[in-house]
Design a protein around this ligand. Structure first.
Ligand SMILES: CC(C)(COP(=O)(O)OP(=O)(O)OC[C@H]1O[C@@H](n2cnc3c(N)ncnc32)[C@H](O)[C@@H]1OP(=O)(O)O)[C@@H](O)C(=O)NCCC(=O)NCCS
Length: 144
């Protein structure tokens, strides 16, 4: 994909577990999980406020982001991902805009994300997040 205007973004759009697991392995690296190992449809339908799908003109899933929430006020982006062959054309930005609009329409007051420092230009400059303090504990290993 070379033009974001060819992309259809959809809040809570239909998706299959296999295509999300393939997209996740492509975007983040690592192996392709099976639907039994990582059942995105079940997880998102039960626990997420929503999610955004991005599909090319051929219908291929080229982007996805999960939006989890506290049930009322706060929503969080999780697993923002764009296919490696379709990055840097604005799909990631479109996913975040769709998530922001979906969370706002649901009545949430805040949208959060955390990320590695090298993605600050994406989240802070391109997508409009402001920088804030956050914390993290590794739950396996020595806790740091
Ligand atoms: C991060 C990610 C979602 C961005 O998606 P994308 O579709 O490539 O992003 P966009 O095209 O909307 O980028 C918009 C702008 O953000 C900035 N940007 C995007 N990716 C960037 C990166 N990897 N490093 C620095 N700046 C970046 C650029 O300014 C870009 O504009 P430009 O291409 O004109 O320079 C995508 O690279 C990805 O899936 N990465 C692997 C998975 C991942 O790490 N996800 C984030 C988890 S927190």
């Amino acid at each position: 994909v070379s033009d974001v205007s060819d992309i259809r973004f959809e809040w809570r759009g239909d998706f299959g577990n296999d295509e999300v697991n393939e997209l996740h392995a492509d975007a983040f690296g690592g192996r392709v999980f099976t639907a039994d190992e990582w059942d995105w449809r079940d997880l998102t339908s039960r626990w997420s406020l929503g999610w955004v799908t991005a599909r090319s003109a051929t219908g291929a899933l080229v982007g996805f982001v999960n939006v989890v929430w506290d049930g009322l006020v706060h929503a969080w982006l999780q697993d923002t991902m764009v296919a490696t062959t379709s990055q840097r054309v604005g799909i990631g930005h479109g996913l975040v805009v769709g998530a922001r609009d979906g969370a706002r329409a649901a009545g949430c007051e805040w949208l959060h994300v955390d990320f590695d420092p090298e993605l600050a230009p994406f989240y802070l400059d391109a997508c409009g997040f402001r920088s804030t303090a956050a914390g993290l504990i590794a739950l396996h290993g020595n806790g740091s």
